[in-house]
Design a binder for this molecule. Structure first.
Ligand code: PLP
Length: 398
């Protein structure tokens, strides 16, 4: 009989070649247990998904309770589902008045697709402005906005009329014109290696979008749900978008996404044409129940504020290390750039050997990401820091 690892290599469609994959048999809190009984510390959270930790008991209970009632019953928007409407109400209670209508989807990429369609429908324009080193997802529309030309070339033609600007370059803002349908930006760029907006940059974009009558979309798919030290990253900068896109940590480990705008704007999907955006599984009742429980945990346990404190502990302990060149951080999301002489591939192997789950960024060759569950305890932080320091010591002694 073939092992699960052999089946993985033989029958799984995969985006890269993985030698020696780890088989996970259990995940709880910040720990992942593999098929050989080893315990790994998760410092990535499935890329900013497990903000409330793996298998949070309140999320698990909410899922079980919903399973007693119903799973999928009908395509999106035809019946009232209590987990959906309660979640929509709770989300909008925690957002500015202008973001009061939630369209549920299944993933981050789908949230982006829906937001782009809404922006085009509202403005009757085509041009989409995006940013270098941004990542918005793998579907055709989202891929068209990828901030790296070489990664797109094999898949052309993509969506036309896109314009790429440099993040934080005030001088290029004038390229947003009355032909622009939407400007889509991560308020904090994630895959670029954690790049924060310069003071006044998001305000300047907001002002230009107001002047030109175009839609400002914030992609908070990776930074949302407490990761940045606020429930939503835009709250750190005081700039409110016309549409916000969410996913990842939204479901507490279950798949779900959303784009949120005003009820007035969202009504555009109901006419010319009707059914302007449709989905079968978007806002699945079980995912919504899990999402509501995760949101309650984030708010009741004050995880956003705790994220700031916990992030600072990591930063303070790791910054002095000679293998570290720079740390860029917001909340409990750190982009740690290593010194020029450090071979990052070797470091990633050492992390794996020391049973730390750490990953790199798509668009930064010399940095790695630390984004553990926001529920990580101070004791677990110290344990993690020690293992990171051991790995850094080993990489410079090689
Ligand atoms: N936007 C950002 C900022 C992301 O980090 C991601 C995924 O990594 C996406 C969009 C796409 O989300 P999904 O993988 O759920 O389609």
């Amino acid at each position: 009989m073939l092992t699960n690892r052999q089946l993985f290599q033989l029958h799984m469609g995969l985006p890269s070649v993985v030698n020696n994959p780890v088989e996970i048999v259990q995940a709880k809190g910040i720990y992942l247990i593999d098929s050989e009984g080893n315990k790994h510390i998760d410092l990535v959270s499935g890329v900013a998904v497990s903000n409330v930790g793996h298998l949070h008991p309140r999320v698990v209970d909410a899922i079980k309770l919903q399973l007693d009632d119903y799973m999928h019953v009908m395509v999106y928007g035809k019946f009232v589902h209590s987990p959906q409407v309660k979640l929509a109400a709770k989300l909008t209670d925690n957002l500015p008045e202008s973001l009061n209508a939630v369209y549920f989807v299944n993933s981050g990429s789908e949230a982006i697709e829906g937001a782009l369609k809404l922006a085009k429908r509202l403005t009757n324009r085509a041009e989409l402005v995006h940013f270098r080193n941004a990542y918005h997802g793998g579907t055709a529309g989202a891929l068209s906005l990828l901030g790296d030309e070489t990664m797109k070339n094999a898949f052309r033609p993509l969506v036309p009329s896109t314009r790429m600007l440099d993040f934080n370059d005030f001088s290029q803002i004038s390229q947003i014109t009355n032909k622009t349908a939407a400007v889509i930006i991560e308020p904090v760029q994630a895959e670029a290696g954690i790049i924060l907006p310069e003071k006044g940059y998001l305000d300047a974009l907001r002002e230009r979008c107001n002047q030109m009558g175009c839609i400002l979309i914030f992609d908070e798919i990776q930074m949302g749900f407490g990761r940045s030290g606020k429930l939503f990253a835009f709250e750190n900068f005081g700039v409110v978008p016309d549409i916000i896109c969410l996913a990842k940590a939204m479901g507490g480990g279950m798949p779900i996404g959303a784009f949120i705008s005003s009820k007035e704007k969202m009504m555009a999907f109901t006419n010319n044409p009707e059914l302007g955006h449709i989905t079968t599984f978007g806002g699945h009742p079980v995912s919504c129940a899990a999402s509501l429980a995760a949101l309650d945990v984030i708010l009741e346990e004050n995880l956003p504020e705790k994220a700031i404190h916990k992030g600072k502990i990591f930063e303070k302990a790791l910054l002095p290390h000679p293998a570290v060149k720079e740390i860029r951080r917001i909340g409990l999301m750190l982009g740690i750039e290593v010194a020029t002489e450090v071979k990052i591939d070797q470091l990633m192997k050492l992390f794996k050997k020391n049973r730390l789950v750490v990953d790199q960024f798509l668009f930064h060759e010399k940095a790695f990401r630390i984004a553990p569950p926001l529920t990580i305890s101070e004791e677990e932080i110290l344990e993690s820091i020690q293992l990171i320091i051991n790995s850094l010591d080993q990489v410079i002694s090689k």
